[in-house]
Design a protein around this ligand. Structure first.
Ligand code: GTP
Ligand code: MG
Length: 371
């Protein structure tokens, strides 16, 4: 990919374009003022002028624009852990989530159809709040991580006791490991004939993951999402893990957080599920989320209940954005609508240019191939 023109590079380094061109010439490269230069050449030229080049993607550039406030430690308050459930296909992730949701939502509160939202929050029997990210799969997790979003505090890796540690189990473990997120293992389907948790423990130990029952450091729990056996204990173990992290956030500041998912609803416009990570989001706030912006018209929780505000670790659906940001995009509350709009437009332009540039690249290659 070609990044910037000789002219732009010169002005970034505060030298004349003639100087850049003559350095290029000395390298046997003929460039004109407006010619775009590739990464390797940029690095080389910059080095000649005593500069070190750092390539950041458009996405990183975008995330870095809004400078975050640094919180005073005194303002930090305990927040609920954010938990993601991962594991191999059919090992029981959805069943576990469904069981937790149905058992821990006060009956009557639901009042009709529970809508699918990518994140929800429950109060456990011990009275603690836990937020679950209902990620559709590993791709979503990877995509979010690739976009610099760190949202999960604890990962539950579900392994079916009547099966084995499978490729996606390993993948889940690796994802958590790379992200530096603690793991709690859930050995699911223990009610099934043929369930053999000892075999699973053995397989994990071969991967150097020794569970506590075997003298290791990883917490694990046998569960059945059918009968509910062990699910409360699993949640307590997750909470224990979370306690060690001393999760805190300042609720009294402009909200910041991450987009979980977004879609266009015929009647309501763009519906964005976001996770507030610090501060308190209120109806009427101006938000900037990825390349989109808007004023929060309404907020609801996963049961569709209207909310006026949402604090740290709260997942909410927001109405009022002018487009659908991507999962993993950061959101910020802004003071001025004008600033939000300007930044959103600028980000959109960066993303568009990036697409055009990569598209151009593809076209050139295709032309080359046809010859
Ligand atoms: P994907 O989303 O396709 O990756 O699967 P999943 O991990 O969400 O698995 P899901 O919860 O859909 O469960 C797969 C099958 O296993 C379903 O038929 C469930 O009814 C069954 N199942 C899940 N948990 C249990 C359990 O604890 N006991 C028994 N007997 N069956 C279970
Ligand atoms: Mg599922």
């Amino acid at each position: 990919t070609e990044y910037i023109s000789a002219n732009e590079l010169a002005s970034l380094m505060d030298v004349s374009v003639q100087e850049v061109i003559s350095v290029c010439l000395s390298m046997g490269m003929f460039v004109s003022i407006n010619q775009r230069i590739d990464a390797e050449a940029i690095t080389f030229i910059a080095d000649e002028f005593g500069y070190e080049v750092e390539f950041i993607s458009a996405e990183e550039e975008i995330q870095n624009e809004v400078v975050d406030v640094v919180d005073d430690p005194e303002d930090l308050e305990e927040r609920a852990p954010i938990v993601t459930i991962m594991g191999h296909v059919d090992h029981g992730k959805t069943s576990l989530l469904d069981y937790i949701r149905s058992e821990n939502v006060a009956s009557g509160e639901a009042g009709g159809i529970t809508q699918h939202i990518g994140a929800y929050s429950v109060k456990t029997k011990s009275g603690k709040q836990v937020t679950f990210l209902d990620t559709p799969g590993h791709e979503a997790f990877t995509a979010m991580r690739a976009r610099g979003a760190k949202v999960t505090d604890v990962v539950i890796v579900v392994i079916a006791a009547d099966d084995s540690v499978m490729p996606q189990t390993r993948e889940a473990i690796n994802h958590a490991q790379v992200a530096g997120v603690p793991i709690v293992f859930a050995f699911s389907k223990v009610d099934k004939p043929g369930a053999n948790t000892e075999k699973i423990r053995e397989e994990l130990s071969q991967m150097n993951y020794l569970v506590e029952d075997w003298g290791g450091k990883y917490q694990s729990q046998e569960i059945s999402s059918k009968s509910g056996m062990g699910v409360d204990d699993l949640l307590e173990k997750v909470l224990l893990e979370a306690e060690l992290l001393e999760l805190k956030a300042n609720p009294d500041r402009r909200a910041v957080g991450t987009v979980v998912e977004a879609s266009l609803d015929k009647g309501r416009g763009y519906v964005t599920t976001i996770l507030v990570q610090a501060g308190t989001l209120k109806v009427g706030d101006i938000i900037l989320a990825g390349a989109h912006h808007g004023r929060v018209k309404a907020m609801t929780d996963y049961l569709g209940k209207k909310l006026k505000k949402a604090g740290p670790s709260d997942p909410v659906q927001v109405l009022g954005l002018n487009g659908a940001p991507q999962a993993g995009d950061k959101f910020n509350v802004m003071d001025q609508e004008r600033d939000a709009r300007e930044l959103a437009n600028k980000r959109e332009q960066i993303l568009r240019e990036q697409t055009i540039r990569s598209r151009k690249h593809i076209t050139l290659e295709e032309i080359g191939r046809r010859k």
